[in-house]
Design a protein around this ligand. Structure first.
Ligand code: ADE
Length: 232
């Protein structure tokens, strides 16, 4: 899967994409990440990418011309590629949205900065808007990394585990069950017997019950949704 990322700060991405699972996915050719510096398409003497808002008020607004030029040069006229603006006004990012985006062979992420982007970018260039939560960050770079990471986990082969992202918290609509590894007793605290029993039917049953209990305790809001979808 290919990700084109449009940003004023490409250097923010490099350490993350050069580490751990995303690094391996890139090396194995499963994920391709192309970073594009919007400033390279600002053709005035000072390479200006932002300006003061019409009508006054504080902050700066990202100018439309470098953003349009950059996106059009890179994506050409392929309108099948979703171009997603990172913005606190976007639709909420969830596990479901991550899965949905992983069905595309190619997506593009546009990182806003400063107070926001000129509205014509929203109206005439982007095809989707996503928020990673109800808080405001200084730019769309961290949200783009969040999306890149969560989507990549759905690409077959990216996770070493053959069950992939299926068992994750939120994938089933419930939080994930507790995990244990060696040693069986640590500082007097034991691993639950059932996990050492070798009885996979019992283990699956225990894990499902734990998921329900955990979700009821920590996220009663999502348990209600799960019950509606699975029981009623
Ligand atoms: N840009 C600034 N804050 C954001 C958020 N919460 N989600 C996506 N993009 C953003």
């Amino acid at each position: 899967m290919k990700f084109d990322i449009f940003t004023l700060f490409p250097e923010v991405f490099q350490p993350y994409i050069d580490a751990s699972i995303i690094k391996r996915a890139r090396q194995n050719g499963l994920v391709e990440i192309c970073l594009h510096n919007i400033r390279d398409w600002a053709f005035d003497r000072h390479h200006t990418t932002d300006d003061t808002p019409y009508g006054g008020g504080g902050g700066m607004v990202m100018k439309p011309d470098p953003v349009f030029s950059c996106v059009e040069d890179v994506l050409g006229s392929d309108f099948s590629i979703p171009l997603i603006l990172m913005t606190p006004q976007g639709r909420p990012f969830t596990q479901q949205v991550a899965k949905e985006l992983s069905d595309f062979p190619h997506i593009a992420l546009l990182c806003g900065h400063y107070e926001g982007v000129d509205e014509r970018i929203r109206e005439h260039l982007v095809t989707d808007e996503i928020s990673i939560g109800d808080y405001v960050l200084t730019g769309g770079e961290l949200p783009a990394l969040v999306i890149l990471d969560a989507v990549s986990r759905y690409i077959p082969g990216v996770l070493g585990d053959p069950t992939g992202a299926e068992d994750d918290s939120h994938a089933s609509g419930l939080l994930e069950y507790p995990h244990y590894t060696r040693p069986p007793i640590f500082r007097g605290w034991s691993v639950p017997d059932v996990l050492l029993s070798g009885n996979h039917a019992e283990i699956n049953k225990w894990r499902h019950e734990q998921s329900i209990q955990r979700t009821a305790k920590k996220r009663p809001d999502i348990l209600e949704k799960y019950k509606k979808e699975h029981i009623e």
